[in-house]
Design a protein around this ligand. Sequence first.
Ligand code: RIB
Length: 292
Amino acid sequence: MPANIVVVGSINMGLVTTAERMPSRGETILGEGFHTYFGGKGANQAVAAARLGARVSMVGAVGSDAFGTEYLEYLQAEGINTGHVRTRPGLSSGVATIIVSEGDNCIIVTPGANATVSPDDIEKSRSLLREADAVLVQLEIPAPAVEKVLQTAEEEQTPVILNPAPMQPLAPACWGKAAYLTPNEQEFERLQSEYPAIAGRRENVVVTKGAAGVSVFRADGTEEVIPVRTADVRDTTGAGDTFNGAFATAVAERMSLEDACRFANAASAISVEKAGAQTGMPLRAQIEDRDL
Ligand code: RIB
């Protein structure tokens, strides 16, 4: 039986224009190229888990525009249950507008429908959370919705993996409700300084460190670094999302914490070999072919 995972989070369409240089304020210039990519931390993590064989349901929102329709069809083609992704009439879907020039980029993320994901939506998805082996949530949707996920999953006794990205405030009592926290190094530092109540927490905290792998902390304060073996790094966009989707799959399959980190490291290492957030996310067989 495949692991049953619920991912609650954002759905963004990435709109990428490449140009010889950045335009100045008020200036119009000609671009060199344009492409769209499927992104948003929630959807990225849902796709990562689905490709690794998990049964995935997504909870979130898109706008009543062409991007929303296209994204829903795409998620369904990836085998993801979109029955709990709401379409908001009159709103745009989330978009990340990106200008790439001279090896640099400028990004505006417009949340659109993502900003409307509410505690009421989570309540309506309670039965999904109850039946799941694990729930995965990030912070690209409003804090009250994330807090409701943590509360509801606790009531339904389903473990939550909280990926605090991008970092935003949550009610202090909520942090302790997550079975696993997966910050990157910057997010971990902010957690330590801004939430003294949980600063001492070490149990099931996994800090992702890019090419350096991950640090796993245990309740007794000891730290183990689990290295990652990267090969041809082409684009690290979405590497953290691949890690989280894979980690949630492994947790839902009851792997040990160390094995879950090795599995997720392998998935993210493969994902960076292709351009775009989701393009390089591996299928299960690709991980099994790797020497972890
Ligand atoms: O984690 C990468 C993602 O963050 C991108 O896909 C972009 O949409 C932003 O939401």
